[in-house]
Write a protein that binds this ligand. Structure first.
Ligand code: PMP
Length: 410
C-alpha cells in the first residue's frame, strides 16, 4: 500500500497546527478524514443536481433518485446483503435506537433479558437500558475477560430462554477488542434470541459480511468510514425489518393514511426513512466506499494492524511513563495514560505538539470502572497514518514531564 500516495488524497493531512507542526491525527475512531473523491461527490450534488430524492417527477429528480438508490446498492454490495435490507439512517446511534425502540419495544415482555456488556459505547447501551426499563425487561452483563473481550463461551453461559436480545459491538471503541460475532450469532439463534451488532468501529477497518456474520441487525456510520457526517446504515434481515416499528414518521415512509388513525406504511427500507434524507452525505458515503474498496479492506486491515504493532512495541520498549490498557488486544487502537498526568492535560500537551488524540471516557463510561481509571488517552489509527507520525508521537511521549507540562499551561 502506497501510503504516501494515499495521503495526497486527503486535504486535511495538509493542515498545519497553529505552531506550524504537520497535523498528526490519531482520533480516527471518532471520525475519519475525507478524501477528495468524497468531497467532490458532495459538491457535485450541490452543484449539478441539488433537488430532493424520491419526490420529483422531473429530470433532476430522476437523476437524484437513481444516484440515491445506487448508493443503497453499493452499500449492500459492501456488506454483502440485499439492497432492500439497507436502511439509511443518520448514523450508528440512530440505527441502534431504532432497533431498541422499534423492534425490542414491540417484542419484549416483562422478565425478558437483554445481554450486553460494560465495554459498550453509550449508543449501544443507553437505548437498551431505557427500553428494558420501559418493558419490565432486564439487562444482564456478559463478563469481559482479562483483555476486555466478550467470548462466545461467556455468552453461552449467560444464555437462557429468557434472553431475547444480545446487543454488542463488533469492535469496541476503547479497547478495540474484535468480538467473534459469527459464533455469538450462532449461539443467539440456537437459543431463539436475536443479535444486534454495533458495527461503528468494525465497518471502517475490516471486511463485514452480513451473510457470513449472520447477525440480525448491524449499524454503522458513514463518517468513520471516510464518508460524510449525518448518514449511516442500519442493516436488518428483511423479515425483521418488516416486523419492526419505525421510530419516526413523516413524508415518504407511508403509502396511505386517513383521518381515522390508519396508516399504511411502505415496505422496508422506506418505512424507516421519513423526511428529506442527507442526500449529499449519502452520495458522499458511496464515494467513500468506492475509495476504500479500491484500496482493499484486507490491505487496510493489515496495514493498520502492522502500524499499531509498531507503535505498541515502541511504547513498550522506549517509554517508561505510560500505562497501556489494551496491549494484548488485536486492534488499531491504543488506550493508555501517561503516568501521574490527567488524560485531558496530556491531550492538551500532545495537541501543543501537533498531535490530535482523544482523552476522557470515550462514551464508554461503564468501562472506566473495569479499567480502574477515571479516564484514558486513546490513539486510534487509520490507513493514512505513518510510522514517521508514530515516531514523532513517541518523542512527544518521552518529553512529557512535570516541567514540560508547565510550559504548555503557563
Ligand atoms: N458505537 C461505537 C462503538 C462508536 O465508536 C460510536 C462513535 N463514537 C458510535 C456507536 C456512535 O456513532 P455515531 O456518533 O456516528 O452515531
Amino acid at each position: 500500500m502506497d501510503v504516501k500516495r494515499i495521503r495526497e488524497d486527503f486535504p486535511m493531512l495538509k493542515v498545519k497546527s497553529k505552531k506550524g507542526y504537520d497535523l498528526i491525527y490519531f482520533d480516527n475512531a471518532a471520525t475519519a478524514f475525507k478524501p477528495y473523491s468524497v468531497i467532490d461527490a458532495v459538491t457535485k450534488y450541490y452543484t449539478n443536481y441539488s433537488v430532493n430524492a424520491h419526490r420529483g417527477d422531473y429530470e433532476l429528480g430522476f437523476t437524484v433518485d437513481t444516484l440515491y438508490e445506487e448508493a443503497r446498492e453499493r452499500v449492500a454490495k459492501f456488506i454483502n446483503c440485499e439492497k432492500k435490507e439497507v436502511v439509511f439512517t443518520t448514523g450508528a446511534s440512530f440505527g441502534l435506537n431504532q432497533v431498541a425502540y422499534g423492534y425490542a419495544g414491540k417484542h419484549l415482555q416483562p422478565g425478558d433479558v437483554i445481554l450486553t456488556d460494560e465495554a459498550e459505547h453509550a449508543s449501544n447501551y443507553l437505548p437498551w437500558m431505557n427500553i428494558a426499563e420501559a418493558k419490565g425487561a432486564k439487562l444482564e452483563f456478559i463478563p469481559l475477560d482479562d483483555n476486555g473481550m466478550i467470548t462466545p463461551e461467556q455468552v453461552e453461559k449467560m444464555m437462557s430462554n429468557k434472553v431475547k436480545i444480545i446487543a454488542i459491538a463488533h469492535v469496541t471503541n476503547v479497547l478495540g477488542a474484535e468480538i467473534d460475532i459469527k459464533e455469538i450469532s450462532r449461539i443467539a439463534h440456537e437459543h431463539g434470541a436475536i443479535i444486534v451488532v454495533d458495527g461503528a468501529q468494525s465497518a471502517p477497518h475490516m471486511k463485514v459480511d452480513m451473510k457470513d456474520l449472520d447477525c440480525d441487525f448491524f449499524a454503522f456510520s458513514g463518517h468513520k468510514l471516510c464518508g460524510s457526517t449525518g448518514v449511516g446504515v442500519l442493516y436488518g434481515k428483511y423479515e425483521l425489518l418488516e416486523d419492526m416499528e419505525p421510530m419516526l414518521l413523516g413524508g415518504g415512509s407511508n403509502a396511505r393514511y386517513d383521518m381515522c388513525g390508519n396508516i399504511l406504511m411502505k415496505n422496508p427500507p422506506y418505512k424507516f426513512e421519513p423526511g428529506t434524507p442527507p442526500i449529499e452525505a449519502t452520495l458522499g458515503m458511496k464515494a467513500a466506499i468506492d475509495y476504500i474498496d479500491a484500496i482493499g479492506m484486507d490491505t487496510i486491515y493489515t496495514y493498520e494492524h502492522e502500524l499499531r504493532d509498531y507503535m505498541l512495541k515502541k511504547m513498550q520498549s522506549e517509554l517508561d511513563n505510560v500505562e497501556i490498557y489494551n496491549a494484548d488486544v488485536e486492534s488499531s487502537i491504543i488506550t493508555f495514560n501517561i503516568k501521574d498526568v490527567f488524560s485531558q492535560d496530556a491531550a492538551t500537551y500532545f495537541s501543543d505538539k501537533g498531535i490530535s488524540l482523544r482523552s476522557g471516557q470515550h462514551c464508554a463510561k461503564l468501562l472506566m470502572d473495569v479499567l480502574q481509571t477515571p479516564s484514558t488517552l486513546r490513539a486510534s489509527l487509520a490507513f493514512y497514518n505513518t510510522k514517521e507520525e508514530v515516531d514523532h508521537f513517541i518523542e512527544v511521549c518521552k518529553s512529557i514531564n512535570k516541567e514540560s507540562m508547565l510550559d504548555v499551561f503557563f
